[in-house]
Design a binder for this molecule. Structure first.
Ligand code: URA
Length: 320
């Protein structure tokens, strides 16, 4: 099967009821073919990435707007605070990497906060969404065209937290609607739940992507610490309102930024941790699963989700 046919077969399979291992279909999606060289760009330029940030780039690399980081202040404001500061550059005009101070994970258990009625949560979340949109508005660009706040049940017992929106999420304003979102949906359904009963959010609420040096196409990338510092206070507030009984972090950045751990995801997945007193289960990101869709990885993720079901008092099933 050629690469394209394999991708198509994989896609088809992921759209069937058998997805997420209700039946065993071992499938490893092959790596996409190497990018086709752009004939309009000199060969040298295609190989050599721009030497330094701020150096002139060939036309095909030029982002339509500056990266979010290039506009980030030195000190990242907390929600509600005014934005201050400006990017700095040395005499050659090259940006100096700025020290980024990640805001600490707020102190105190969620249980110790003043109680919130479930009935008030939709309004409180809607107000927070509005505040978040206003605060992040200066960072809206051609790449991140809108804030992707989160979606689901404001009083959910279970909250999934991923890394950040990709192209599809940026288009729709809804988290996890692309390929990895389709797999996440199937994982949720396999747990006997639905997207409407859980809440889905992300560490960052703006798409992070850079132009590919070869093709000039935008490629999603993990958020930088500066981007996380700017966005994560809004996630902390979101969790304070939802107050889930269990959090599932999807992938390394969500695990790292919600627990402060320096350990890797492969080591920690499947082991209970806590976020402000809330049990937190780290598991692989669905996009990793899509890249490495082996029976072993599926079994690991399914095992993690079964632990979550047990914690929530749901009956574990034999699906995997
Ligand atoms: N990946 C994420 O981490 N979040 C999304 O919303 C989509 C893809």
């Amino acid at each position: 099967m050629d690469t394209q046919a394999a991708h198509y077969a994989g896609r088809l399979w992921l759209q069937t009821d058998a997805a997420f291992g209700v039946r065993e279909v071992p499938l490893v999606l092959p790596k996409p073919a190497a990018p086709v060289p752009n004939k309009n760009i000199a060969r040298k330029e295609q190989i050599a990435a721009p030497a330094a940030r701020g150096a002139p780039r060939p036309a095909a690399y030029v982002p339509r707007t500056p990266k979010m980081d290039d506009r980030l202040p030195r000190e990242v404001p907390s929600p509600g605070a005014a934005r201050t500061g400006s990017p700095t550059a040395n005499r050659q005009g090259v940006d100096i990497p700025r020290p980024v101070k990640l805001p600490p994970i707020p102190d105190g258990h969620l249980e110790a906060l003043a109680p919130i009625n479930d009935a008030d949560k939709p309004r409180l979340l809607a107000e927070l969404q509005q505040e978040t949109a206003t605060a992040l508005e200066p960072y809206i660009s051609d790449i991140a065209t809108q804030v992707v706040f989160g979606s689901g049940n404001p009083a959910a017992k279970l909250m999934f937290i991923g890394e950040g929106p990709g192209v599809e999420e940026d288009k729709t304003g809804v988290p996890f609607v692309g390929r990895s979102g389709q797999l996440l949906d199937k994982m949720i359904v396999a747990m006997g739940l639905s997207r409407q009963t859980v809440y889905i959010g992300n560490v960052v609420k703006l798409r992070a992507a850079d132009p590919d040096p070869d093709s000039g196409r935008l490629r999603d990338r993990p958020p930088t610490p500066a981007e996380v510092a700017l966005n994560i206070p809004w996630l902390h507030k979101q969790i304070e309102i939802i107050r889930p009984q269990v959090i599932v972090t999807l992938g390394a950045p969500a695990l790292k930024y919600l627990t402060g751990t320096a350990e890797g995801i492969s080591r920690l997945r499947g082991t209970w941790m806590t976020y402000r007193g809330v049990p937190l289960m780290p598991t692989y990101h669905p996009s990793f699963l899509l890249r490495a869709y082996t029976p072993e990885n599926r079994a690991k993720v399914w095992g993690d989700l079964q632990q979550v079901m047990t914690k929530l008092g749901l009956k574990p099933t034999t699906q995997k």
